[in-house]
Design a protein around this ligand. Structure first.
Ligand code: BGC
Length: 462
């Protein structure tokens, strides 16, 4: 049986859709750049402002605190003023934060700037995939939304390279300030992009929604899609958070919040933020080699995200998650083992590097892109902004917890124990996926909504 979403037509010539996805994915680039850039910049900020270890941790974690705030508050404008306007708002915050931190005369100023950048990251992290998901036709929605994850990974590598290039002149102000350039392109670019057609219909602006759909689908024939969106809107917009606890929304909430926590509690950002430290622990004594190995990790992250983009609409979200998480668990398990067996001493560095590559590559085809994609798909339209906001808030909150506890955990349970703990959480993530995560490949957002809430035709892909 064919998924009925194949009824949605997309003209092969509709390059406009790719422009829309490409411009908005700059939000992902900024997410990656701003989270990655601090590792290199901190070395020089520390000297200029005479920061203690504690203050360094505060400088790093203030972005994450800002992101929790942004993710929490961003759902309201996303639903009220729209996805496009909210992305423009976040781009302005990115510009203010980048310039503000670059000019910071003291630590207090820097910390305020970090919070502002963090709020922008928190908002962009979920409104970008939400917007792309709502403009995409179902057949390629997975690939288009995952462009955002690709942009995150590219942003991380670019930030490592910028740090490396500017290290010679100790240019931390440039490292932080350069983010204003893509942010300005995002603000101006989004100005020319259309509103999400689904958001427009939800505010009874069907006429405009039809024009947008005709433009992004490259065909006049959009009646069926408009009608499907209308039918999914049996109830009006939700105004408050309590709606998310409604029993009918709960299954989606559990999937979103669960995947959000598993994405972080399996330790991804210990690698993104501390890779050079892990390589040094494993015996790569030179800082240069460790940084080079870290760039290697970043590149594997980008390349495997490309593989995910190729596979995600072919094999589906569940298959990627189930196979990828197994790779992550094996990577973490061998990393722990390498640290445990001191007999491996000489080979330790190489085994650690191999395990980290396996781990990051497996994350990049699974929990990395699939989490952000699924949360853009599973909530009903009337609470989509709030639902994504809740999942993102948990994602940034657990990110903060892992970042703050990683080095302490190593002190308490040791290196093998720490990585095995993440591996153990990974096993939980696999079981969770197996039992509760739905397949959404090839379905329209309206069909997914109907599946979840029991009113639709059965999912032919289940
Ligand atoms: C995660 C980030 C992570 C990045 C790494 C994203 O999906 O949300 O926390 O740093 O992937 O590529």
């Amino acid at each position: 049986m064919q998924p009925e979403s194949s009824a949605i037509r997309v003209s092969k010539k509709s390059s406009f859709l790719y422009i829309v996805a490409g411009i908005s994915a700059l939000g992902g680039l900024l997410f990656g750049y701003d989270t990655g850039v601090i590792s290199g910049a901190l070395l020089f900020i520390k000297n200029d402002f005479h920061l203690t270890t504690f203050l360094q941790e505060i400088v790093v974690s203030f972005l994450l605190i800002g992101a929790v705030i942004g993710a929490t508050l961003g759902g309201i404008p996303a639903d009220r003023i729209g996805r496009r306007a909210t992305i423009i708002m976040s781009a302005i915050l990115f510009i203010v934060g980048a310039i503000g931190t670059a000019l910071a005369p003291n630590v207090a100023w820097l910390l305020v700037g970090r919070i502002v950048v963090g709020i922008a990251v928190g908002v962009a992290s979920f409104v970008t995939p939400l917007y792309i998901s709502e403009v995409s036709p179902p057949q390629i929605r997975g690939a288009l939304v995952s462009l955002n994850q690709l942009a995150i990974t590219v942003g991380i590598v670019v930030s490592y390279l910028v740090d490396y290039a500017l290290a010679g002149i100790e240019g931390w102000r440039w490292m932080l300030g350069l983010a204003a350039v893509p942010a300005a392109i995002l603000a101006v670019g989004m100005w020319f992009m259309p509103n999400s057609p689904r958001w427009l219909v939800s505010y009874n602006r069907t006429f405009q929604a039809r024009i947008v759909l005709q433009r992004i689908r490259g065909t006049e024939d959009v009646d069926q899609e408009i009608q499907d969106i209308h039918e999914s809107l049996v109830e009006k917009h939700s105004k408050n958070w309590s709606e998310l606890l409604n029993p009918s929304i709960r299954p989606a909430l559990i999937v979103g919040v669960g995947l959000a926590a598993f994405q972080q509690l399996t330790g991804i950002n210990t690698v993104i933020y501390y890779a050079p430290t892990i390589f040094q622990m494993a015996g790569f004594k030179s800082a240069g080699v460790s940084i080079l190995a870290t760039v290697g990790v970043g590149i594997v992250n980008v390349l495997m995200t490309l593989v995910a983009i190729w596979l995600i609409d072919r094999v589906g979200r569940r298959a990627l998650l189930l196979y990828g998480i197994i790779g992550m668990v094996i990577g973490l398990g061998t990393l722990g083992l390498a640290f445990q067996l001191s007999a491996l001493a000489g080979a330790l560095g190489w085994i650690a590097a191999g395990s980290l590559m396996l781990y990051i590559g497996s994350f990049a085809v699974s929990l990395g892109p699939v989490f952000w994609l699924l949360v853009s798909e599973i909530y009903p339209l009337r609470v989509r902004g709030l639902g994504m906001s809740a999942a993102s808030m948990v994602n940034w909150g657990t990110n903060l917890v892992v970042a703050l506890t990683f080095l302490t955990l190593i002190d308490i349970v040791g290196r093998p124990g720490t990585f095995w703990l993440y591996a153990f959480v990974g096993i939980g993530a696999w079981i969770f996926t197996y039992f509760v995560v739905p397949e959404t490949k090839g379905r329209t957002l309206e069909d997914i909504e109907a599946d979840f809430y029991g009113t639709g035709k059965p999912n032919p892909l289940n």
